[in-house]
Design a protein around this ligand. Structure first.
Ligand SMILES: NC(=O)C1=CN([C@@H]2O[C@H](COP(=O)(O)OP(=O)(O)OC[C@H]3O[C@@H](n4cnc5c(N)ncnc54)[C@H](OP(=O)(O)O)[C@@H]3O)[C@@H](O)[C@H]2O)C=CC1
Ligand SMILES: O=C(CO)[C@H](O)[C@H](O)COP(=O)(O)O
Length: 470
């Protein structure tokens, strides 16, 4: 029997596309799935690529079809399913074999699994894959965590199937254990913020100016030709132009306004907070999806709650574009700050410039901006901060006034812009050399004797609370 180079278990949307991608690049790939009845159809539909596919009805035959040391990639839901599959496959493996979890996984689980398997001399790779179905099929961006040994095994195959940016594969070994899954999680967090901010601009134009979906789509298509070029802007333009074949209405107008979420955005926020960071743009985006789920309450509130609003003109397209550009820079800066903090906490030595580079093609957040970020992150940044870099400062100088106009108008008119306003709030907090947490410290000391530092003396101090007259 043919000894395949890699096994792919889980032939759903992503797994089947990845398997075909491996096959197209000449790698013999053994495939299997929980439901196996349709695997012969999958191989038949693969056409000429079928000659590189080894269909397997059982996990045992999948493992038996692989060249040694074995590499098995799982593309299944994270959490319990992955733990169950590890339990099943482990007795079939030998020392030196590699298990790859290519799904979106909580990096804490990846670290745990990595450690559990390391003592058995089984390599565990947590690999983030971005690009959706098309990316997986024709070139995803991949963020790899794990041992150097497993990276050496995987590298030729990963580089072959990855998206290419000016010829360079968009895949990298980013660090040990959970590093790859952590970076993919933050990638998704930035994806959430970017999507939310695009949706907020759409909302301002739809509800503030009465623009049609089609016209908003046309504006985004224009934006996509300049510095705002990105896959998500392109995708937004395309979906806003789409028409529902059943009603003839704009497709987005017949889609329920309740967004799903599978966890990566939430994980980014949770991990950011644990690391003492706050990715406020991502937080707002996660919150907006959660609020969207409460449709009943929103519909009721619309008829009960007064807005106290003041009519506003919708800012012009140039202002909206400049505002979005600034907000997007800030949301990316927050995401990179979270990765920097994680890198220090877990001793990963993440190469942030390399991360920006492998996000320039194949992945969902690919954009012109990432090319600039790759350059900036490769240099020394003042106080380690992206937004203080010489390259981004001029763009913020132009964009921030526009962002103020948009957020200001939205606040007055009552158009919800939680993510745009959250990143602006962060920007303004960052600009305050002397902020207002001196009062927080005084309050904490007042009720809890927590102590504070003085501006004019070393050490811990307490206030004279209760002694002054009020
Ligand atoms: N869709 C996307 O754009 C992206 C998805 N991902 C991640 O990729 C992974 C797969 O997603 P996707 O392909 O979209 O999902 P699909 O729902 O299309 O496929 C899920 C696959 O997992 C298998 N599966 C489900 N539950 C179990 C289980 N308990 N034990 C074993 N196998 C199981 C399914 O088998 P069966 O056919 O028998 O049901 C199927 O092969 C997820 O971790 C997801 O987060 C990552 C990047 C992008
Ligand atoms: O990883 C992805 C893209 O990069 C997946 O599409 C993921 O499902 C997106 O997250 P969510 O479903 O929570 O919107």
């Amino acid at each position: 029997m043919k000894q395949a180079k890699i096994g792919v278990y889980g032939l759903g949307t992503m797994g089947s596309a990845l398997a075909l991608n491996f096959a197209e690049h000449g790698f013999d790939v053994a495939v299997s799935n929980r439901e196996v009845d349709w695997i012969p159809d999958f191989v038949r539909e693969a056409g000429s690529l079928g000659s590189h596919i080894v269909p397997c009805e059982t996990l045992e035959s999948l493992v038996g079809s692989l060249a040694i040391p074995r590499v098995i990639l799982f593309m299944i839901p994270s959490g319990k399913p992955m733990d169950q599959m590890i339990e099943k496959v482990l007795p079939l493996l030998d020392q030196g074999d590699t298990i790859i979890d290519a799904g979106n996984a909580d990096f804490n689980a990846t670290r745990r699994r990595f450690a559990d398997l390391q003592v058995k001399d089984i390599h565990y790779v947590g690999m983030g894959v971005s690009g959706g179905e098309k990316g997986a099929r024709h070139g995803p961006s991949m963020m790899v965590g794990g041992t150097t040994h497993s990276w050496q095994q995987l590298k030729p195959m990963a580089q072959a199937i990855a998206a290419k940016f000016e010829g360079t594969p968009c895949v990298a070994h980013l660090g040990p254990d959970g590093a790859g899954h952590f970076v993919k999680t933050v990638h998704n967090g930035i994806e959430y913020a970017d999507m939310q901010m695009i949706a907020e601009i759409y909302g301002v134009l739809r509800d503030g100016a009465g623009w049609s979906a089609h016209d908003i789509g046309t504006m985004f298509a224009e934006w996509n030709k300049g510095p705002l070029q990105s896959y998500l802007i392109e995708a937004s333009a395309e979906v806003l132009h789409a028409v529902d074949p059943e009603t003839g209405q704009a497709m987005v107008d017949v889609i329920q306004d309740q967004a799903g979420q599978k966890g990566t955005g939430r994980w980014t926020v949770i991990e950011a907070l644990k690391l003492g960071q706050s990715a406020s743009g991502i937080e707002a985006a996660v919150g907006a999806r959660s609020w969207s789920a409460d449709k009943g309450a929103r519909e009721l509130a619309q008829s009960i709650l007064s807005g106290g609003t003041l009519a506003q003109d919708v800012p012009d397209q140039r202002t909206l574009a400049a505002a979005f550009e600034a907000a997007r820079i800030l949301a990316h800066a927050q995401g990179f700050a979270v990765m920097q903090a994680a890198s220090e906490e877990y001793d990963w030595a993440l190469d942030l410039a390399e991360i920006a580079k492998i996000w320039r093609a194949g992945c969902i957040i690919r954009s012109e901006l990432l090319d600039d970020l790759a350059e900036v992150l490769g240099q020394k940044m003042p106080a380690g901060s992206l937004v203080l870099s010489d390259k981004l400062q001029p763009r913020l100088d132009t964009g921030i006034p526009a962002l103020r106009k948009v957020v200001g108008a939205a606040v007055m008119a009552g158009w919800p812009v939680p993510a745009l306003s959250a990143v602006l709030g962060w920007y303004d907090s960052l600009r305050c050399g002397r902020g207002t947490t001196n009062l927080i410290q005084a309050q904490r000391d007042f009720f809890g004797a927590h102590g504070f530092e003085r501006v004019d003396a070393q050490g811990r101090h307490h206030g004279p609370w209760g002694t002054s007259e009020t």
